[in-house]
Every structure is written in structure tokens, then in C-alpha cells.
Design a binder for this molecule. Structure first.
Ligand code: BF8
Length: 639
């Protein structure tokens, strides 16, 4: 296999050569060793829910066994497995939300050393929740907001408060009719696991509705709750300029990479790196340099302008630069393989969450109360490792790429307000109505060692831009775009003329050469921001979200989280493209219900919700399919 076929990132390519020379194994190599993949697993028809099996049944009418030992059919097994996968995608986000909620509550009660920086966000959310705001101290208000959020983990009936807070009424009507409005996130997760347990639910249609309900848990008590409370605690992102690629690791600095998702950890590491910066100078370094990986990178990039070293598939390669004193991890998307790589260098791999330990890593416990202790300890350990660095093993690929980020909805509205202060969304709506912007597509999700890294993400984006589709981005796919210049005004060269003109006009009204063709809206939980933007546009137009000429695309999805986020958007009526297929093709019923491809099964998500799943590995074809649907939705709106 040619290294140039594994990743587009030339810095990662250089480091893969170094890894080979030093005989260090990475995910890129392990992905090849796993081929060919088991077809039963790929199509979702392997059932491991009890000890009578594992059972593997025939798929798509092929010859072979039609039922598992208990009598389960392919449709039942695939639907159950998919619900299980969606629960595994949703739960980390719900736990993420609960952790930030707990931190906010402790901060408000003076028990945790975090300052409440997002006063405006706090007041706006408190008002929307119906709380009295005037004359109430901010800490008290934050406590009241956190206690309402806590009900979403405790109440035994009623509808999720965060769903009522953030969803469009028109969508709520649809979900109410289908009886899928969630109540308490933990209860819904327990119910879903109960459904999938051996000998429990076997009606595939009911299982599919369970999947859609889990998508709503993901959307509101995972994504929205996390973003809202993080903005209250750390502030709402504003436009920032930063740098991308491995070159952001600096040879003459003490380098610490933050990797994972939880900003309560990464913000504290950043804070302490600033406090202890002079100690690095005493060691002969120029200072302490924090770089980001995956969604911890997104959180620090969006609010603090911290630069990004790399995204998911190449996380191990950051250590292979030989110049990281520490890699700090918390939760989600942490490859266990990191420990093996760190062993070959002076780099200390440090886990932080009390209930997420990594074999081979050291551990410094994060709790809201002890956050400062954790931050100081981690930075001091990194300082202590600096003299241990072996200069002969250091190789940092040269070069960085400029990027803009920080496009919260609040920031986008503010930028548009320079064109129309009274009605900021109007210029955007007019551009869509005139066809200067054909539609909006969110490029979201991961990189996956099964796909050439960054290639599908950037190809889909470029094809859409060429056709005047505005791109918003999040997660590791935003990093793919950043590394390749699409988060910078320089990326305008890939846009159709009409889109380029709109982006230039908005940019220049705000003192920039132009807006970048892809607006980076944050981490994966910040897909909530994309949803907020859609709801704001739909409300301003007086239509349902499902009617908007928009779509979502995850060309290099690997995580179940990408699937649960996708389910949330399908429930809103937004088509969602994935470039790596989900294990559903073993069941004609499940496949037809989600993709609305022709078949005998009469009920599809497209009919019920207005959105469907598009599986397409070819990025250009995927972009064209989304464009065709956008044009169809435009026509229905009379555009
Ligand atoms: O939550 S984009 S690889 S890091 S799952 Fe993971 Fe995918 Fe990256 Fe962020 Ni999201």
C-alpha cells in the first residue's frame, strides 16, 4: 500500500514513513490487517445478544439460514443491532452533557474553580426557560438553569426540557404523533437497552421508532445541552484565526496535546500552561505550546484560537513527531493504541476522567472540585519531561495552514447584521432565494482509516462549493477542511462565482477579505449550533426545518456518534449522507425504511420525518445526490 493512498495530509505521510522506519504500528496499518471484513458483521446480521449463538443469518435473500436459534429474522437482528449502535453513539454525548451540568452546578455553588464566562448566554437561556432574570445574581441563575437541566436526567414523565427549549414546534408535532418524545435521557437509554435485550422487543418497526427517539435524546440532552451549558461556562465562540497541521507542534517549546472532548479538562490544562509558562523558559524552552486533536481541539479552537495538530485517524502520529511532552486525553475517540506509541518516546499519555482509564497511560483525576489541581499537575509533569526529549527522534513536518473558526450562530448573526441590522438573517435568506446560495450542507463527523484521510471530506465539500452550496462544518471533518485551506478565504477559489460573491460581500462588510467557504461551527456536540441555525432560518421563513434546502454529510464516518447525530438530523427532516455504510444492508426492511430506496416496505423516514439516509462512497456522486435533493426542496418552496 502506498502511503500517499492512506492520507492526503503530507505531514501525516512523512510521519508514517518515520513510523515505518522506527517499526511503530499505527491505525492505518492495522486497518489493512483487518481486511477482508466479515460480511455478516458489515451487513448487521450477526447477533451476539445471548449465549445460544452467536447466530449469523442470511441477508438479502442469499442462500443460508433464515433465523437465529430464538427465531429472530434478519430484519429483527439488524434493527436491534442498529438501535444498540445508536445507543452507543448517544450515551457518550449524554454523559458529556451530564458532566458539564454537574460542573456548572458546582461552579454556581462555589464548589468548583470555574468562572461563569457566558453571561449573555446564561441570561438568554434562563429567559427561554421562563425563569425570572431581573435582579437575580448570575450564580443563582446558573444554579436554577442547571437544576432544570438535571430534571432531564431525573424526571419519570413529561418531555425533555431541552427539547422543548430548542426544537421547532412543527417538529415537536410530528414527534408527538409518533409517540417518540423523550423524557429523561438516562431512562430512555435504559429503555432502549431493555428493548434490545434478548427476548424483548422484536418488532422492527417499533425498534426503528426507538432509533428515532434515541436520535432525539442525542440531539437535545446530548448535543444541545452540552453546547448551551459549555457556552454558559466558557463563553460563546467568536471569530478566531488559527493554524492547522502537524507543524503547529513547535520544536523549541514544551508541547502538550489535548485530545478527546471534554472542555472542562482541556480549558484547565490551557489555563495552567499560561500560569506556568515562565517555568518552561527556566528550562530553556520558549514557553508552553498547547495543540489540539479531535474535538478537544475544536473546543479550544472555537473559544481560544488554539491551533490544531491533527484529526482522528492520525492521532498516534502526533506522538511520532517525538516532540510531545504529554498527551492529555479524556473521553471518546481515544485509540488504545496511543499507549503503545507513547512507550516509544518520552511522551506521557495521561488519562483524566475518573471512570475512563486507558491501559498503559498514567492518570491524573479530573473532578470539578479538583480541576485546578489536575491542571497544575499535568502541566508540571509535561515540564518535567522536557529535558528527557531525545532530539535525535524529533521530526516535525514543516508548514501550517491558516484557518478561521468560531462561527457560533451568535457570531454568524452578528456578521450578517452589518448588512441588515434590523433583520440579520434576511441577507442570507435573500441569497438563498435568488439562488446565489443554492443551499446549505453541513460537513460533519470523522476520519476513518478505511478511507484515505481527509480525501472524501474535502472532495464532497469542494464539489458542493463549486455548485454554490454554502458549507458549515464541525468535528474532525472540519479539521480535514482546515488542513486543506477550506476554512480560509483562500478557499474561495473552489467556489462557484455566485457563492464567492456572497462570501466576499459579507466578509468585506466585516473587515475581512471574504468569509471562508466553510464556516467552522465547532465540535461534534456543536452540531447543535448547526441545528440552531436551521431552526432560526426555518422560523424566520415560517416553514418547517424539513422544507429547507439543506443536507448533512459525513463522508468519512467511523464513530457510532456520527450515526446518532445523523439520526437526530433525519428526525428533523434533513437528509444525511454517510460515506462508510452502516451495518443495515442485511435487512431490506431497515435499509428501505432509512434510505427510502424502492422496495415493498411502505413506511420510510422520508415520509414520516422528511429526511432520509444517503449511503454513497463516491464523494462527487454523494454531492450530486444532495444537490438534486436540495433542488427538489427549493422547487417545493417555489424557488
Ligand atoms: O466527536 S468527529 S472522530 S473526535 S466522533 Fe471522534 Fe468523529 Fe472526530 Fe469528536 Ni465526533
Amino acid at each position: 500500500v502506498l502511503i500517499t493512498d492512506l492520507t492526503m495530509d503530507t505531514g501525516v505521510q512523512e510521519l508514517l514513513v518515520k513510523a515505518e522506519q522506527e517499526n511503530i504500528e499505527t491505525a492505518f496499518q492495522r486497518a489493512k490487517e483487518q481486511e477482508p471484513h466479515c460480511k455478516f458483521g458489515l451487513t448487521g446480521v450477526c447477533c451476539r445478544r445471548c449465549l445460544q449463538g452467536p447466530c449469523r443469518v442470511t441477508f438479502n435473500g442469499n442462500k443460508g439460514v433464515k433465523r437465529g436459534v430464538c427465531g429472530a429474522t434478519a430484519d429483527q437482528i439488524v434493527a436491534r443491532n442498529l438501535l444498540s449502535l445508536i445507543v452507543e453513539g448517544t450515551t457518550p454525548h449524554v454523559e458529556h452533557a451530564r458532566e458539564i451540568l454537574h460542573t456548572l452546578l458546582e461552579a454556581a455553588e462555589g464548589k468548583a474553580p470555574y468562572e461563569i464566562k457566558g453571561k449573555e448566554k446564561l441570561i438568554s437561556i434562563a429567559k427561554k426557560l421562563g425563569l425570572t432574570v431581573d435582579g437575580v445574581e448570575l450564580d443563582k441563575l446558573a444554579q436554577e438553569v442547571a437544576l432544570i437541566a438535571l430534571q432531564d436526567f431525573q424526571q419519570q414523565s413529561g418531555v425533555s426540557h431541552w427539547l422543548r427549549l430548542r426544537a421547532q414546534d412543527k417538529s415537536i408535532e410530528t414527534w408527538e404523533k409518533l409517540n417518540i418524545l423523550p423524557s429523561n435521557a438516562h431512562l430512555e437509554i435504559a429503555n432502549a437497552i431493555n428493548k434490545t435485550a434478548m427476548g424483548c422487543e422484536s418488532d422492527p418497526v417499533s425498534l426503528l421508532l426507538g432509533i428515532m427517539k434515541m436520535g432525539l435524546v442525542e440531539g437535545y440532552d446530548g448535543l444541545h445541552l452540552s453546547t448551551d451549558l459549555q457556552d454558559i461556562l466558557f463563553g460563546t465562540p467568536r471569530l478566531v484565526k488559527t493554524q492547522y497541521r502537524m507543524g503547529v507542534i513547535k520544536e523549541d517549546y514544551v508541547n502538550i496535546a489535548v485530545h478527546g472532548h471534554i472542555p472542562m479538562v482541556s480549558e484547565k490544562v490551557l489555563e495552567w500552561s499560561r500560569k506556568l509558562n515562565n517555568e518552561a523558559k527556566a528550562l530553556g524552552a520558549k514557553g508552553i505550546n498547547i495543540v489540539g486533536i479531535c474535538c478537544s481541539a475544536n473546543e479550544l479552537l472555537m473559544r481560544q484560537g488554539v491551533s490544531v495538530a491533527t484529526n482522528y485517524a492520525s492521532q498516534e502520529l502526533a506522538i511520532i513527531t517525538g516532540a510531545l511532552e504529554a498527551m492529555v486525553v479524556d473521553a471518546q475517540c481515544i485509540m488504545p493504541g496511543l499507549a503503545q506509541v507513547a512507550d516509544c518516546y518520552h511522551t506521557e499519555l495521561i488519562s483524566t476522567l475518573p471512570n475512563i482509564k486507558i491501559e498503559g497511560a498514567s492518570h491524573v483525576d479530573w473532578t470539578p472540585e479538583e480541576a485546578d489541581k489536575m491542571g497544575e499537575e499535568i502541566v508540571r509533569r509535561a515540564l518535567a519531561h522536557y529535558p528527557e526529549r531525545d532530539q535525535s527522534k524529533v521530526k516535525i513536518p514543516a508548514g501550517t495552514v491558516e484557518a478561521y473558526a468560531g462561527f457560533s450562530v451568535e457570531q454568524i448573526v452578528e456578521l450578517l447584521a452589518t448588512l441588515n441590522g434590523a433583520d440579520p438573517l434576511l441577507p442570507l435568506i435573500e441569497a438563498i432565494a435568488k439562488g446565489d446560495i443554492l443551499g446549505v450542507v453541513a460537513i460533519v463527523g470523522c476520519t476513518n482509516p478505511k478511507v484515505k484521510q481527509d480525501w472524501a471530506n474535502t472532495e464532497v465539500a469542494k464539489e458542493l462549493m463549486r455548485n454554490n452550496v454554502l458549507i458549515v462544518a464541525s468535528g474532525c471533518s472540519a479539521h480535514s477542511l482546515g488542513k486543506n485551506g477550506l476554512l480560509s478565504p483562500a478557499g474561495l477559489q473552489y467556489c462557484g462565482e455566485k457563492l464567492a460573491n456572497v462570501l466576499t460581500a459579507i466578509g468585506q462588510a466585516n473587515g475581512l477579505p471574504a468569509l471562508p467557504p466553510a464556516l467552522h461551527m465547532g465540535s461534534c456536540v456543536d452540531n447543535s449550533r448547526i441545528d440552531d441555525l436551521l431552526v432560526a432560518l426555518a422560523d424566520r421563513l415560517g416553514v418547517a426545518v424539513r422544507e429547507l434546502p439543506v443536507a448533512g454529510s459525513s463522508p468519512e464516518n467511523h464513530s457510532p456518534k456520527a450515526l446518532s447525530i445523523g439520526t437526530f438530523f433525519i428526525a428533523q427532516g434533513v437528509d444525511v449522507h454517510i460515506g462508510v455504510n452502516a451495518p443495515i444492508t442485511g435487512s431490506p426492511l431497515v435499509e428501505q425504511a432509512l434510505t427510502a430506496n424502492k422496495g415493498e416496505f411502505p413506511v420510510t423516514t422520508d415520509e414520516l420525518f422528511g429526511g432520509k439516509l444517503i449511503y454513497e462512497a463516491d464523494p462527487i456522486q454523494a454531492a450530486q445526490t444532495m444537490i438534486a435533493r436540495i433542488i427538489q426542496k427549493r422547487k417545493a418552496l417555489g424557488l
